[in-house]
Ligand binder design. Structure first.
Ligand code: BQF
Length: 297
């Protein structure tokens, strides 16, 4: 058996096409174009690449955007002052602080200072809390993108055993919450594995769906899964590669070639989950502009 490839690049393009139409209608109704404010602290090259992808997506769907570049020596107080300025600016719909932050800054503290009504990353405790109790919320973009992929390919989650490997606040934890809730996209039985899990294989071997966001190339091997599993690889790791211009290539957390022979569906890296993450950010920014999640009256 050979797995069907989940083409995130294609689904993301279709998603953006739909969002572009929705943005155009919104503007034709007499509204201002949505505006996404990005904040970059420091000059981490990977962060610059991700911000580049987000800026291109904004241009593609007709969302306006700007990036504030702040020095990596900025104090928490000064950074939060900048964020407050954007919170209070009625022309800013969405605010995104690019992570990771320099070590001296607490991301919890910084994220909590963003107005939850503008938190298009869905990282603010208000939005995470609302996710956990099935209330309308800004969903964090990677889990939301994975759900869109399931929907597009009619991959069921109901009554399936979903195993999430990695318990980050950004991916693993909201992913597990989403899958386990009794909503249209959930209804799965969910296991979260993390670095303290004694024997990961005991869990992955029983998985109908496995979602890996651990940041460890080659973590999931073919022997660890059963025939017909759905494999969603969120990992993005740079590994040395002399044959490429950049000197590195991107790989996920899974042994893709071996798993492809055993899985029913599998996401590639790059071109799997990553482009969907960025597309869902566009969707959240439009929701913020429309005040769909938090109506004003
Ligand atoms: C693709 C991210 C780790 C740490 C911080 C397309 C992206 C990635 C891959 C992208 C990510 C990962 C982002 C592909 C945003 C996803 O073609 O496979 C797009 O831009 N992402 C981020 O902003 O911060 C991160 C991963």
């Amino acid at each position: 058996m050979s797995a069907q490839i989940i083409d995130g690049k294609m689904v993301a393009e279709r998603t953006r096409n739909q969002i572009r139409e929705d943005v155009d209608s919104w503007v034709e109704e007499g509204n201002r174009r949505p505006f996404l404010q990005v904040i970059q602290v420091g000059t981490d090259p990977a962060s610059s690449t991700y911000i580049g992808a987000k800026t291109r997506a904004c241009n593609d769907v007709g969302i306006e955007t700007g990036t504030a570049h702040l020095p990596d020596t900025i104090s928490a107080k000064e950074l939060k002052k900048q964020i407050r300025k954007f919170n209070e600016d009625d022309n800013v719909d969405g605010i995104l602080v690019q992570l990771p932050l320099p070590n001296h800054l607490s991301s919890h503290d910084v994220i909590e200072s963003i107005d939850h009504r503008k938190d298009v990353d869905g990282f603010h405790p208000m939005n995470v809390g609302r996710l956990a109790v099935d209330q309308p919320t800004f969903r964090s973009c990677t889990p939301a993108g994975i759900l869109e992929l399931f929907k597009h390919y009619s991959i069921p989650t109901k009554s399936q055993h979903a195993v999430v490997v990695g318990a980050s606040n950004i991916v693993g934890s909201p992913m597990a919450i989403t899958l386990s809730r009794e909503n249209s996209t959930g209804k799965a039985t969910t296991t979260i594995c993390h670095k303290y899990t004694k024997d990961i294989t005991r869990h992955t071997i029983d998985a109908d769906i496995i979602i890996v966001a651990a940041g460890q190339p080659g973590l999931i091997k073919a022997e660890m899964v059963k025939e017909g599993v759905v494999v969603i690889d969120v990992g993005i790791n740079r590994v040395a590669d002399e044959t490429s211009k950049k000197g590195y290539k991107l790989v996920g957390d899974c042994d893709f070639e071996a798993l492809k022979k055993k899985a029913s569906w599998i996401t590639p890296v790059p071109g799997g989950v990553g482009p969907m993450t960025v597309a869902m950010l566009m969707k959240n920014t439009l929701l913020a502009a429309k005040k769909s999640i938090y109506p004003e009256d």
